[in-house]
Write a protein that binds this ligand. Sequence first.
Ligand code: FE2
Length: 276
Amino acid sequence: MLTPTQRQQYDRDGFLVLPAFRGVAALAELRARAEALVQAFEPDAASGVFSTRNPAVTADAALIASADAVHCFFEEEAFDAAGRLVVPKDRAINKIGHALHDRDPVFERFSHGADLAALARDLGLAEPQVRQSMLIFKQPAIGGEVRWHQDATFFVTEPVSVTTFWFALEDAALDNGCLWVEPGGHRGPLRERFVREGDALRLQVLDRTPWPGEGAAVPLPCAAGTLVVFHGLLPHYSAPNRSARRRMAYTLHATDARAPYAPTNWLQREGVRGFA
Ligand code: FE2
């Protein structure tokens, strides 16, 4: 699947951009399915608003319950001070998570196959276990920022093994919230760990190494169909979307069964399987 040069790039940079990994038909099918899931979703008071800026907001039962479900999370800015939706429902969803790859047949097909299995093996995942899936909308005008973080924060294994598969389902550009990464930053320490204590979730600081400064971040604008794969320790973020264009992406997070998965991780599920 990967050439020796691509392998070297991944080891050096901590990420790899693979254009045209999925074709237009598969992308269109996935986008349509995501829109149908939102249409079918009935918001209620228990629906979680998703934010990484305020950990307390994420620390709710909706997040824990979504580990094995297909659940829609709202944008923070979708509501006014009185809690009323200020944009139509189909523009108000931040993301759908976190078991699409197992619980929805269309997403299940997209998330498995010989190509992904071979890629995971080439990236060093000898026994991949797909832990989580997320459909991220990044809505026009209100799509929220996702601040600097490392995905290993949310999937602690010893040693670090989580690898992210980030599919652009629509063009991702500077003005609609494309990914930004710190090339080579995966050689730094894990800064934070998201731990579950009973029904409470909290972010625990492990290392005070500062997040990359301006100038250290590189944007990864890419066309729909591109797959970006990156190491669990790679610092990355995406800016808010203030443009008129949506930026839909789909992510899978896989760990290696050889690296024990922490019992304190927020996401615990039975029957985790690989890409085949
Ligand atoms: Fe991330």
